[in-house]
Design a protein around this ligand. Structure first.
Ligand code: LLP
Length: 419
């Protein structure tokens, strides 16, 4: 459920008619609904109350906007970060360092040092090598790093190959059959306090079955590690719960996910941790765009919009579907190809799709763009970096300004030897 609804023939974000924002800020433009964000944060959190102890670390990568993080901090969320940049955002949003989890295969020496200084709550180690490097830094600083070991359970998540992370051939975590030995080794190293295991098998999962298979494997590992006399108090179940992008698609509900986790982990006596991203932010945003022109095509017309793959990369990268809807629909439909202005054919949002009829100058939205939307934007073709707005009832504010090409140009230098 979201708060983007058509009222009096015009699509609104909560109480704001979208044309108001297009006029004031220009297009393309991401629009977030605070009520939708809060609602998703609460539904997910409330579902998990079937577990004895749990902590939530929002996957910042899905939507790192400071205002978004601020809303989630107020809902009791910490952060799952994958870079020093994301960590600084979480801290800037008021999240406690203790509530920050640091994931990622390539944390640098500088990032590990900075995270130790900040006092973050958990390092999700992706290798023995990383653990040993972190231990060295921690000892030199007179600190102890609290850690979980990321295990690669070798389970097929059944999602798009580019967002699958839990197969043996993926770069993430340590191999399942070596995990016990690596945990035991790291548990002996001064500077580290090993407290748990973590996994994340992929994103946009449409079934709970692969998650259940992976969690069950983690349960056997947990028992084996404890049997060796090591302490395991935390299991971080990662993220991955998918959301519907197409009308009519059915995805696992948070209640079903929570019930499955509760069933699998009922005898574990652990604090459960979660790193949800898309399930919290996906539905909270749309990308608003204006039709530049409709160009005659072979078979179907080309609807050329002013948003492009640099603003919303998902269709180009993963052949992802985002529903397209006119802001002021006439009730008529047409079959069209929707493309952006960028000079490559991957700048295609949809082919031969039945959409609301649109014409030059009309406003439209790509729905379900709150996760992995603006965060993956770039300035390819020297386009501006897309701005973001948050709506809250009848209030709205720019939460990320459009960065103009001139600002980027101003950061470039021509060396003297070229002048
Ligand atoms: N935890 C870890 C360690 C992750 O790598 C990810 C996502 C998450 C949590 C959050 O996963 P979620 O709950 O959002 O599925 N750009 C792609 C998605 C990449 C996901 C990367 N990792 C897309 O647009 O579909």
């Amino acid at each position: 459920m979201d708060h983007f609804e058509t009222r009096d023939g015009v699509l609104h974000a909560e109480d704001i008619a979208l044309p108001v924002l297009a006029e004031a800020v220009g297009t393309p433009l991401y629009v977030y609904s605070r009520a939708t964000l809060t609602r998703h944060a609460r539904v997910f959190r409330d579902a998990l109350k079937v577990l004895p102890r749990f902590k939530l670390a929002f996957a910042v990568k899905s939507n790192p906007n400071l205002a978004v993080l601020k809303v989630l901090a107020a809902e009791g969320y910490g952060a799952d970060v994958v870079s020093a940049g994301e960590m600084e955002r979480a801290l800037a949003a008021g999240m406690a360092a203790q509530d920050v989890v640091f994931s990622g295969v390539g944390k640098t020496h500088a990032e590990l040092t900075r995270a130790l200084e900040a006092g973050i709550g958990q390092f999700n180690l992706e290798s023995e090598e990383e653990g040993l490097e972190l231990a060295e830094i921690a000892v030199a600083m007179g600190k102890v790093a609290t850690c979980a070991l990321r295990v690669n359970p070798d389970v097929d998540a059944g999602t798009h190959g580019k967002i699958s992370t839990g197969k043996a051939e993926n770069k993430f975590g340590v191999p399942f059959d070596r995990a016990g030995a690596i945990y035991a080794r790291l548990a002996q190293v001064p500077g580290l306090a090993m407290r748990g295991l973590t996994l994340h098998i992929g994103s946009q999962l449409s079934s709970l079955d692969p998650l259940e298979a992976a969690f069950t494997k983690i349960g056997t590992l947990l028992a084996a590690i404890r049997a060796e006399g090591h302490s395991v108090t935390h299991i971080d179940f990662g993220g991955g719960v998918g959301v519907p992008y197409k009308a009519g698609e059915v995805f696992p509900q948070p209640e079903a996910y929570a019930a499955m986790v509760a069933r699998v982990s009922k005898d574990w006596d652990i604090t459960a941790m979660f790193e949800p991203g898309r399930v919290i932010t996906g539905n909270t945003g749309v990308l608003m765009t204006r039709v530049v022109r409709v160009k005659e095509g072979v078979g179907a017309p080309w609807v050329v919009v002013d948003a492009a793959m640099n603003d919303l990369a998902r269709p180009a990268l993963y052949d992802a579907w985002h529903d397209f809807a006119a802001v002021s629909p006439s009730g008529e439909t047409m079959v069209a190809n929707i493309v952006g202005p960028i000079c490559e054919s991957s700048d295609t949002f949809a082919m031969n799709r039945t959409i609301d009829t649109v014409a030059r100058g009309d406003l439209a939205v790509f729905r379900t763009a709150g996760a992995y939307g603006a965060t993956m934007a770039n300035t390819y073709n020297s386009r501006p970096l897309v701005p973001e707005v948050m709506v809250d009832g009848d209030k709205w504010a720019i939460v990320a300004e459009r960065i103009e090409p001139a600002t980027i140009l101003a950061a470039e230098r021509v060396p003297e030897w070229l002048a």
